[in-house]
Write a new protein. Sequence first.
Length: 136
Amino acid sequence: MSELNMFTLNQLLAKPSPTSWSLGQVYGHLIEETNWYNGQVQISLNDIENVNVASTRKAKKLFENAWFPNERIPDDPLIADKVKQTTSVDRLKSDLEKLKSDTNLIWDIIKKAESYGKSEHPGMGYLNFFEWLQYS
């Protein structure tokens, strides 16, 4: 979070091109998506119905490599317009602090869990809690 101190709000709002995301949008997207993934972790801890359903081949390869491919995602004006711009540097810091706190609480739940299931990712198939954490 200390890295955010290096940027002004104007720098966080600047887009390299009209169809690209600003750095503030990237932060916002990561926060929003990780919050959603945390919700999926909680679902996967409680829903054992799909425990034997496999993830996709693409997901298995991603987890085996333990990293995302180093490739640029093409600009998409429809998505770029839907990702909200941040309103302040302090807001990003606050959202990151809350995300950190929420994730730590989920980790405490994971440590106490007695059974593990899976929940569905739209493109990766069914993931268990560990895969959701790794993906996020």
